[in-house]
Design a binder for this molecule. Structure first.
Ligand code: XMP
Length: 509
């Protein structure tokens, strides 16, 4: 088992960033809600306490028992540092003003945590409480012009507690990565050997043990996660992995054939199932977005279930679930509301009774790509934009018909091809075209036209949770507009979506 760092989450917006930063140093870490029991096995090398929107002076603030960490090194960040200060007898008080944004760290004393860090550097602050007195025996190792205690620690007689008032995990903390690396290597003595290669070897042998002589079925979508997961499972059990790639008739132009071809080239045992007619029939007459999503999800399960029944002796279901889908978040604002019912495979029927194989369950998206590269998966699959499970159905506003799908596929193909040709594809996080239920008057040659409008959508984002519209060059947009209007029959107007998320979303439905 790989050595690991436990990150206890108190609900900070930056907790996942801490995890991603540690993984960059090839150290395995797990994010766990602060109130969950942790198993203190030998492989745990250190603990990190995250920030939090709570104040340690609030009545029911989140707490932990420091004695439970034994002799392990503990790094508290922001709220974590304040909790540490308070637990050992220091004082935390409300500051006169909330300190948010860039500040300037000045080193006060030699410290292993701050080893090799510049004497003065910018750091990122986000707090409204401040530590006014550190516990006895601790010393201050860093300060800023606003606060005397920006970094403090005790590192002797078996005690290894470190507190940082700023956020080393945030990009704007110039020396943040170095500080986290010091914690990992100089304090926790991590070997930093959790490389993609290490992960692949461990995972493949784990799958072999789990599956034995069994058979696995898995739905593939052409996306990064399901492909990387399938290649890992295939490496472990070969053709006993049965991939199913369903064409719901809502994929991009020629995508079904292209992706199926790539799968075959990778040696995967995948069956392509063309179920377009079944999906179109079910969608006929429906225009309400949530209903369309539910119909697609339900039909998908029907198709998949039928394929599974035709195979004998399947016991396992492979899935490309990744870490952000499974991290239990600490709820700060109560249960979240459903904005859209995401994710097409919204649960398989219980009668299928399959055991899950989810090899990517503990990986962040960028790590999935690193593993995919190590596995030799072609870059056109690894670097693809995300694409929604319900496909073009949620980019055709209103009722979906085969004719509309055809128009949208043609327009979308032009936009994506032009992005690729001009080298812009990799600079946007996701792009696509939306077919609007709006007809307008135009003139082509000498003739009046009355045809559809399409919207181009391109966004920049890190994880799809928030997004900004991509500032594409006007000449480029003009060229794409001309190409679409000239080449796609049925479209006479192109507009560009300049909304960010929030308040808009990336998809239109
Ligand atoms: P929104 O529209 O909510 O989308 O801003 C965020 C990201 O999720 C994708 N998306 C989906 N992916 N099934 C999926 O697998 C879905 O039902 C679904 N709906 C939206 C969307 O393309 C974007 O990347």
């Amino acid at each position: 088992m790989a050595e690991k760092i436990i990150i206890l989450d108190f609900g900070s917006q930056y907790t996942q960033l801490i995890g991603r930063s540690l993984r960059e140093f090839n150290v395995y870490c797990e994010i766990i809600p602060f109130n969950k029991q942790i198993e203190m096995a030998n492989d745990v090398k250190g603990i990190i306490l995250s920030g939090s929107p709570f104040s340690v002076n609030e009545k029911d603030h989140p707490k932990i028992d420091f004695a439970g960490f034994g002799n392990l090194p503990v790094l508290g960040i922001c709220y974590g540092a304040q909790l540490m200060a308070k637990a050992f007898g220091g004082t935390v008080e409300k500051s006169d003003k909330r300190e948010y944004g860039r500040s300037h760290l000045h080193l006060e004393k030699k410290s292993l945590l701050l080893d090799d860090v510049n004497q003065d550097s910018n750091v990122w602050m986000s707090h409204s409480d401040t530590i006014t007195k550190i516990p006895d025996g601790f010393s201050i190792t860093g300060s800023t012009p606003q606060i005397p205690v920006a970094a403090f620690e005790i590192a002797d007689q078996g005690k290894k507690f470190f507190g940082l008032q700023f956020h080393p995990e945030v990009y704007h903390s110039e020396e943040g990565k170095k500080i986290l690396k010091n914690f990992l290597t100089k304090i926790c003595h991590c070997k930093c050997d959790w490389t993609p290669e290490h992960f692949i070897n461990d995972t493949v042998s784990h799958i072999k043990n789990q599956v034995g002589n069994g058979e696995v079925i898995m739905a593939l979508s052409g996306g990064v996660d399901s492909t990387v997961a399938a290649v890992l499972i295939h490496k472990a059990i070969g053709n006993r992995l049965h991939g199913i790639f369903v064409d719901h008739g809502l994929l991009r132009r020629n995508e079904f054939e292209q992706v199926l071809h790539s799968y075959k080239n990778m040696g995967l045992n995948v069956k392509g199932v063309n179920a377009s007619e079944q999906f179109y029939t079910k969608l006929k007459g429906h225009s309400e977005p949530e209903l369309k999503r539910k119909i697609i999800g339900g039909t998908f399960i029907e198709v998949f279930d039928k394929e599974a029944r035709s195979l004998k002796g399947i016991e396992f279901l492979g899935q490309g679930t990744i870490y952000p889908d499974v991290i239990e978040s600490v709820s700060v604002h109560g249960p979240s509301v459903t904005i859209k019912s995401h994710h097409n495979v919204g649960g398989l029927p219980a009668h299928m009774n399959l055991k899950l194989i989810e090899p990517l369950r503990m990986l962040f998206k960028d790590e999935v790509r690193r593993v995919g590269t190590e596995l030799g998966i072609p870059s056109e699959i690894l670097n693809r934009h995300p694409f929604p499970g319900p496909g073009l159905a949620i980019r055709i506003l209103g009722e979906v018909t085969p004719d509309k799908v055809d128009i949208l596929q043609r327009a979308d193909d032009i936009f994506i091809t032009e992005l690729q040709k001009s080298g812009l594809y990799a600079t946007v996080w996701q792009a696509g075209v939306i077919l609007l239920p709006v007809k307008s008057v135009g003139v082509m040659g000498d003739e009046r036209t009355y045809e559809s409008t399409v919207a181009l959508r391109a966004v920049t984002s890190v994880d799809g949770m928030t997004a900004d519209w991509a500032k594409l060059d006007y000449d480029f947009l003009g060229h794409v507009s001309n190409e679409i209007i000239n080449r796609v029959k049925g479209v006479n107007r192109v507009v560009f979506d300049i909304s960010s998320k929030p308040p808009a979303t990336i998809e239109w439905e």
